[in-house]
Write a protein that binds this ligand. Sequence first.
Ligand code: PMP
Length: 415
Amino acid sequence: MVGLLTDFRSIRDDFPILRSRKVIYFDSAATSLKPTQVIRAVRDYYELFTSNVHRGVHRLSMEASRLYEDAHEEVRKFINARYLDEVVFTSGTTQSLNLVAYMLGLSLNPTDNVVVSIMEHHSNLLPWVTLSKIRGFKLRVVGIKDDYKLDYDELSSLVDRNTKVISITHMSNVLGTLVDVKMVSKIAREVDAFLVVDGAQSVPHIPISVVDLGVDFMAFSGHKMLGPTGIGVLYVRKEVQDSLTPPFTGGGIVDSVKYEGGEFSIKFLNMPWRFEPGTPNIAGAVGLAEAVRYLRKLGMDNVEAYGKDLLSYALSKLSSDELIADKILIYGPRDLGCRGDIIAFNIVDSNPHVVASYLDSYDIAVRSGLHCAHPLHQRIKAESGTVRASLYIYNTKEEIDAMVNALREYVLRFT
Ligand code: PMP
């Protein structure tokens, strides 16, 4: 572990913002910092390759198309998908999840149901709420237990022969809770339901194999895993592709459009291109590919181990400090094996925004509020929100000490 920590410390030099700004950045669950390698790849695309993709026979366009296709291949390897055509680029997790909801939800009927959990980010909740109102199907919501883990017994009891989709987070963006997706996959298979997984928080932090997990769809965002904003991914398992029609259409996704006898007939391109209408975010894709290369070079096992080490240090510091321990409420499982490096907390009788502003006065960036998960905050009785410190590869134990010291000051002065 000592060697591992030394390596991670040296990568801080790769993040220019850590040199140009005085900041302890604990907001990576909102968006991660970007290394020089990613910034340079995006700039190189604009300086050396600017051109549209899949639209020209001239060399620039062919080079840009190759870079764009290579980016799909990098992501395929990163999530251990079997085929390149399973990797669809979108603008981010939100678009990916809306795409799935519209693709699957528009054909559901009032006797059908879709199962989600109370931990969902609004991105994996509101599209299903909207579709359930349009189509009349039931939305069933699985709860969490008091230890902040998913209630798997309730999940089993809510899923039945009328369940057409289970759409669930892999890692809660508030509690850090990891969901046992393999187990959920077994439950989905028993009733022939589609399994959609929101990997926005898990994919940047732990090794992912979509094959091992047994998912049909997986959504995630480039910007939370060192990549640029405006690029994301929807993994679509080969075996489910034939049953799908693109809900959003336009240029760049058809083989042919014919108008005969007053009727239009459309022949779509193969996957994944038929799900990427319009000019895609080419620079974003190139940047994401570089981010993925960066993470693969570090090794996702190492990324996970480093995150766990920081998390364990932070949790033990916060819960054992003689000043803070009695004044802090930490949400999320105690068991490190089933959680990621996100720590949501409150200081008793303190508004989370006030605590976050206080930390900001020490150049410590945390997020406060309801984190686009209002029903979850209702469930954990934190209606005013929580303070969320989210950790990543460039953070250090010294930074955690600095946050603990600032919280000690806060507790001394205001509670
Ligand atoms: N799901 C989860 C679990 C998230 O944390 C987020 C981002 N906060 C999203 C979905 C939405 O991601 P994006 O804003 O990149 O579309």
